[in-house]
Design a protein around this ligand. Structure first.
Ligand code: NAD
Length: 268
């Protein structure tokens, strides 16, 4: 399939993106809109919040249609209502991106209280579970689901609830992939490394510490993660399911040995 067909594929097709008001969710929403899709964005940020402004402005110039649902991904009843709403209009969903997520307080196991633990797992993990549970029945063969895990779902990380939620998303991906394979629906997840969004810029110390950990030399732009989401959502990845793909500029490949190589002068 050439590039033209790949983009034509999305014309008038429907996708649902959670956490799409800003950051990586907004980046994949833009790409889908550019390709002519009708994108339903689910985000808990109030519709009037300024973080929506860039996407709202850009969407006017893009081919597709944007529908905003002010909704919390933890809300089972709201997911049910969204499913009913889409089902009543006979909507077939061809793409789902479970992207909404928070870091929480980034505390260690012994410093994390139960409320904080449940809060992070409810949004990052249960939110994705509900997205798959309610949207998969509206999907058809050729449809694809992509969830956004993290490289901290592949390694140990001090932020216990966040890291655990991202490890669990990889498990959820594999469970859903084997269930939905016979229906022709693929389910994958992406493990981004450091991406320049509000999530890491909201903490100055973390932002500084993260600057130097990527072998490729810089953090990702949200579009660089969206490019991979677009690939996994579309027909060019038709034989990939149940995968968890690190998109991290070499962070997980390098592990602890990349900084050691630098420290001893073997790597510049
Ligand atoms: P971001 O904070 O810019 O975007 C997150 C979006 O999720 C926001 O629009 C927010 O309003 C929405 N959201 C949060 N809680 C929600 C809820 N309960 N219901 C509905 N929407 C909710 O951050 P981002 O970097 O774009 O994060 C996107 C995803 O990527 C997250 O799952 C995050 O964990 C993951 N991730 C981020 C990085 C990074 O370095 N930025 C790295 C790896 C993984």
């Amino acid at each position: 399939m050439d590039l033209y067909d790949m983009h034509e594929y999305w014309r008038n097709k429907v996708a649902v993106v959670t956490g799409g008001a800003r950051g990586q969710g907004a980046a994949i929403t833009r790409q889908l809109l550019q390709a002519g899709a009708h994108v339903h964005v689910v985000d808990c940020l109030p519709v009037a919040h300024e973080d929506w402004n860039d996407l709202k402005t850009d969407s006017v110039h893009l081919d597709g249609e944007l529908t905003i649902h002010e909704m919390d991904v933890r809300d089972d009843a709201a997911w049910n209502a969204l499913q009913q709403h889409l089902s009543r209009s006979g909507t077939v969903v061809m793409g789902v991106v479970n992207n909404a997520g928070i870091t929480g307080a980034r505390s260690t196991v012994t410093k994390t209280d139960l409320i904080e633990w449940n809060h992070v797992l409810d949004i990052n993990l249960t939110g994705a579970f509900l997205g798959i549970k309610y949207l998969a029945p509206l999907m058809r063969a050729g449809g694809a689901i992509v969830s956004i895990s993290s490289t901290v779902g592949m390694t140990g990380y001090h932020s216990a609830a966040y890291s655990t939620s991202k490890w669990a998303l990889r498990g959820l991906t594999k469970s859903a992939a084997i269930e939905l394979a016979s229906a022709g629906i693929r389910v994958n997840c992406i493990c981004p490394g450091v991406v320049d969004t509000h999530m890491i810029r909201s903490n100055d110390k973390l932002f500084e510490a993260l600057k130097g950990i990527t072998p490729i030399g810089k953090m990702a732009h949200p579009d660089q993660i969206a490019d991979v989401m677009f690939f996994l959502l579309g027909p060019q990845s038709s034989y990939i399911t149940g995968a968890d793909l690190a998109v991290d500029g070499g962070v997980t490949s390098g592990g602890i040995f990349w900084p050691i190589g630098k420290a001893v002068g073997a790597i510049q």
